[in-house]
Write a protein of this length. Sequence first.
Lengths: 240, 453
Amino acid sequence: MANETQLTLPLCPPTPASFEQFISDEANSATVRSLRHFLTAPNETLFFIAGEEGSGKTHLLTAACAEIERLGARGAYAPLAEAMRLSPELLSDWEQYDLVCLDDLHAIAGRNDWEETIFHLFNRARDTGHRLLISATRLPALIDIELPDLRSRLQWGTSFRLRMPDDALKRLILQNHAHQRGMHLNDQLTDYLLRHHDRNLSRLMYLLERLDKVSLARQRRLTLPFVRSVIADMASERQG
Amino acid sequence: MDIWNQCQEFLEGELSAQQFNTWIRPLQAISEPHRIRLLAPNSFVLDWVRAYYLELIETFLAHNVADQQLSVVLEIGSRPSKPGTRGDTTSASKSNAREPRPARTPETTREALQSNINASFTFDTFIEGKSNQLARAASLQIGQNPGKVYNPLFIYGGVGLGKTHLMHAVGNTILLNNPSARVVYLHSEGFVAQMVKALQHNTIEDFKRKYRTVNALLIDDIQFFAGKERSQEEFFHTFNALFESEQQIILTSDRFPKEVPGLEERLKSRFGWGLTVSIDPPDLETRVAILHSKAAQLFSIELPNEVAFFIGKRVRSNIRELEGALRRVMANAQFTGKPITLDFARTALKDLLAAQDKMVTIVNIQKTVAEYFKIRTSDLTSAKRSRTIARPRQIAMTLAKELTNHSLPEIGNAFGGRDHTTVLYANRKIAELRESDTRIEEDYTNLLRILSS
């Protein structure tokens, strides 16, 4: 235990996510409405969200977790891409939660111990009337889950695929996110980030978080040279 | 706001959303004089919190609470969950969760076990078809006469075909006829987990007594007993006690009893003492009937027939996937406000069906059929016309038509450039042989099961 790496989760949303903060197009809005309905509708066990990295899966899962608590029930969340380095014992007795959120399920595909644990968790949650909210990069039929019992259960619930935001929406999301952190991200800087840094929203969010910390520490405003220097620092850290 | 809420708010700001949701949110706090008890769901979370977050929690409390003697105690357990019914999330009130509940023990799970028959799984909601006729008929008889007609009843078949539904339906019928009957349903893993806990808590005698005195014991997915020798030993004695006292036993598995790997021979032979029935993947008509029934039952709507046929034709493997497809169409319709038409269903299921299509390919069918009949894949595409090759080829072509969306010319082409009329002929021939030759029927359904699971 002491030797295991602590979950560092570099791509996490830096502020607690809520559904209201999820900026989306019409199709993704239907997913959010359906998900919110799932949290309170009777006789529901599973909601599955598929979407590429940066499409907003983690945001929705953590928002659901927070919402279920606001409703007076209990939620828990496991980022499987990180947690798979630990033991599936992490999920032992999790069926006691009204909502269990499992993020990045594809990460444990082919890992027998994790697959079996999640299969049993599914059965127990269903038997106790509790819910599972699961995300992965692809729809259940396309994830290489080896345990047929789990594979078929994953295809049982309501599933939605999140669309990747287009550039206009990404711009809005970035600026809104920066605003929440008390930063002003003007159009020129936003364009620069989208054109020169990375088009992946998760990594852009991480960059924003970093910009926030560094600008606070150095008491600097967001300017193009400053942004460039932070990006250069991050690139050299990665190489180092 | 109480001190734990304040502490959570502080931690929410300090940790990433994932860290907070994974490790802190699951904790439940109970305030007592001079101490806060934090309940973790399991030892893994407890150890983790102790190693990485306890110091942070203690530091916050030291700076924000006047009581200098305040200590933090970490324990495994949980406060009672909501008292509401299934799905009634909003009724869950924290004010109902006052007293701590210890970690689960066989004692505390006993009460839950007695009422764990799912009331919605009845014979009324079970759609009968050719693929499940025998299993349903046997279950109906057992429901009316538990312990007397077939004991044990062993139901086997692929995933998501309704084995669990039938078990519960029997349980519901027994309870309807005799509300005081002790009917226990559990997954084999639940049996193992409870036995392990009974051993840990030194309550194994209670555990034995509990299961050996029920009126009906329904154990799901017994293949998960594989390799668990101590559990198999205990289950063996439970089985004998129930069998001798004429109490009903129903078991399910993904395969025929003798073929379940990792099970003791004496168990396998006992499992065959009563009646063994299979459930196969439903045919198109049954799939359509299931869709109509689920739409009415789950969503209170009448599904347009053309939509039911469209989904039924495209989703063939099992009932869970059928329900998943239906849920997707319903959710899309509900949250976009559009009517459910054939075009709407087609659009709503587009990526899901594309995903399904990738699962069964002609190449995969050829490989599976060749392995099954112990011939080479190249034989299937060759010009050879001997019966040992031609029959498997016809079966493979029929499966390709049933399980993929390729056109007849495409299928013919994939089988060594044959004409589409050859595929058509193969389909007719196999349909005919399935009626007249039980061996062909068995081979075909076996292959269908292998390819659909």
